[in-house]
Design a protein around this ligand. Structure first.
Ligand code: NAD
Length: 216
């Protein structure tokens, strides 16, 4: 279902999901798009449009049923299915990601980590075992569709090539390297320095008015 939803909408769905889960667990039964707009800081017209792609239509004067919305989102985001992820490069950043339980709300799990430092191999971090990179192709990773790449820049491309051989579909790339991978593999690049530069640029050039939101 998600591939028929515009990418911009698809990117907002996990945020809606997280917020609605909080609202549901605090006993909230229904919510209007304008109320939700204040919480997620996305304008209400965009929210209504996003929800209409899910097939969720709010009722005038009532708003949206929170639990119904959650079940629409869960279905769309495949929240009921566990998605396995591997992480390569258990250094400063990789260790922090393994320790940070950011997968708590959606059923995503880092099932194993790889490093080429033998002193790290065999250890566990927050329940995730560290294997040697040499074992990546012999371990059964056929049910692991995504990888997080947190190795030094110099190792990134050769590891990406190896990841391709495991049958991976997506890479969350934290390294500064623009990876070259076959077309069917999706690479999302995360660069905190670029994000910070962008924020500083916007602060200088597009300061927000008190009631305005930013780019979410
Ligand atoms: P680090 O040196 O602490 O960790 C790198 C890890 O990769 C080490 O455990 C090392 O043993 C392992 N490694 C090295 N070569 C390897 C190989 N060939 N195969 C498997 N493992 C290998 O580095 P870090 O500070 O954690 O940074 C990791 C990467 O993340 C770097 O590319 C860095 O530029 C990048 N980074 C990105 C951001 C961001 O916002 N995108 C922020 C910080 C760091």
């Amino acid at each position: 279902m998600i591939d028929r939803i515009p990418q911009a909408t698809a990117k907002r769905l996990p945020l809606y999901y997280r917020i609605l889960q909080h609202l549901s667990s605090s006993g909230k039964k229904r919510i209007s798009s304008s109320e939700l707009s204040k919480v997620v800081q996305i304008d209400s017209a965009t929210i209504r449009k996003d929800f209409s792609y899910l097939g969720a239509l709010g009722r005038k004067g009532y708003g949206y049923d929170v639990d119904r919305l959650l079940s629409f989102l869960r279905e769309t985001l495949d929240q009921d299915e566990l998605t396995k992820v591997m992480l390569i490069g258990v250094g400063n950043l990789g260790t922090a990601l393994l320790k940070y339980n950011f997968f708590k709300n959606n059923n995503t799990q880092i099932v194993r980590a790889y490093d080429n430092d033998r002193s790290k191999v065999g250890r566990e971090i927050a329940g995730t075992a560290i294997h040697h990179l040499d074992d990546m192709l012999t371990d059964d990773n056929s049910d692991v569709p995504a990888a997080i790449l947190t190795v030094p820049a110099g190792a990134a491309q050769s590891i990406a090539d190896k990841l391709v051989l495991t049958g991976i579909s997506g890479i969350l790339n934290f390294t500064p390297v623009r990876l070259s991978v076959p077309e069917h593999i999706r690479v999302h690049h995360i660069d905190l320095a670029v994000e910070l530069q962008a924020l500083i640029y916007f602060l200088k050039n597009y300061p927000l008015e008190p009631n305005e939101g930013g780019d979410r």
